[in-house]
Write a protein that binds this ligand. Structure first.
Ligand code: ATP
Ligand code: LTN
Length: 330
């Protein structure tokens, strides 16, 4: 029996956060057995922002080691770098001719990143969602597990696929997003009205998967809350406390109501202390496994190379079909 295809990606930029884990990686693991999975280190996407080459190379291995430490199975799933399969850039060019400038102009990530990197608003940043569409459509993907911020890109991918199929026949599978019901948008600890992000300049705003346990505890204890002292879930009026409750629900598997019942009236101290313990209990074993994998670079490179070979063959099949319907010489 062939399993449906699942694909997702993370940029090898910055350091992986608890937001990446809750919004993306742990859902990949939960779905891994039921799908034929491809997990990309999207290095072509990462260079839309300037990267140091040595750091980029190091991070690709580091992220892979963390994925395996989080429980992904490289024997079963294909984990590789986007740049190892030339078809991504190739299909992105073709799909550029099926994506409208007006559509790309509406992408909120483009607007945010343009504001953040005002000195380098390059064309890659603008075309970023088309490369993401290529990643997905190249493998006839059915399901794409992502955090809430990627929903708009997924909708664009579906529109591009449908537009292409209407003109040229059923070439692409139209993918569905998978957005987790809890934890799809973990906010910053210091700035709880903006999402926790792995390439933020303010390290106390994010919990990194490789932070030392005492650093994690300190960051959670210093997280911004408010002054009314009431443990209640209300993201509008109480973004800080609501974010802590959301993180707690995600890492403990409990629902927010039961946490509110337990901590109501107790002030924020006990909530923060218990949350810090729960996060550390999740992350400590993961770090121990990470250190083992990191000590074996040959193992990591072997995983990437094997997966890239597998993915290349699959990508070629789609590209052949695309060339045929477009009238390119074979
Ligand atoms: P960067 O700051 O480098 O742009 P990022 O932290 O936004 O990075 P991405 O590589 O853009 O991370 O995203 C990887 C995956 O993690 C995506 O599926 C994204 O939706 C998810 N994700 C990122 N941040 C969060 C968050 N704060 N809460 C939930 N999911 C998140
Ligand atoms: N744009 C995504 C990363 C990404 C991705 C993908 C996610 C690139 N290609 C394909 C899912 C499927 C982001 O999180 N910034």
């Amino acid at each position: 029996m062939t399993r449906p295809v699942l694909l997702s990606g993370i940029q090898p930029s910055g350091q992986l956060t608890l937001g990446n884990y809750i919004g993306a990686i742990r859902n990949w693991k939960a779905l891994e057995d039921d799908y034929d999975c491809l997990f990309l280190l999207v290095d072509l996407h990462a260079i839309t922002v300037r990267q140091d080459p040595a750091d980029l190379r190091r991070r690709c291995r580091e992220f892979l080691a963390l994925y395996i430490a989080c429980g992904l199975n490289p024997e079963r799933s294909q984990i590789f770098a986007q740049s190892q399969v030339r078809g991504h850039g190739h299909l992105a060019w073709i799909l550029d001719c099926y994506a409208m400038v007006g559509e790309l102009n509406r992408m909120t990530q483009f607007k945010d990143k343009s504001r953040k990197h005002a000195d380098n608003i390059n064309a890659g940043l603008f075309n970023y969602p088309v490369l993401m569409a290529a990643d997905i459509l190249l493998y006839q993907t059915q399901l794409v597990p992502v955090g809430d911020d990627q929903k708009q890109h997924l909708e664009l991918t579906r529109d591009i696929a449908q537009r292409f199929n209407t003109l040229h026949g059923e070439v692409f599978t139209v993918p569905e997003p998978f957005i987790p019901p809890v934890g799809a948008r973990i906010m910053g600890l210091q700035e709880p009205t903006a999402k926790m992000s792995k390439s933020d300049d303010a390290p106390t705003n994010a919990i990194y998967l490789l932070d030392e346990p005492k650093t994690i505890t300190r960051k959670i204890k210093r997280a911004v809350t408010d002054t009314d002292g009431e443990v209640r879930y209300d993201p509008q009026a109480k973004p800080g406390v609501s974010n802590l409750l959301q993180i707690f629900a995600a890492v403990s598997g409990r629902d927010i109501d039961s946490l509110v019942n337990e901590y109501a009236g107790g002030g924020y101290g006990r909530l923060k202390g218990d949350l810090a313990d729960a996060v550390v209990a999740l992350i400590e074993p993961l770090q121990a496994r990470y250190n083992e994998f990191q000590a074996d670079p040959a193992l990591l490179d072997g995983i990437l190379t094997r997966a890239a070979e597998n993915a290349n063959a699959r990508a070629e099949a789609t590209i052949r079909r695309v060339h045929e319907v477009l009238g390119f010489l074979q």
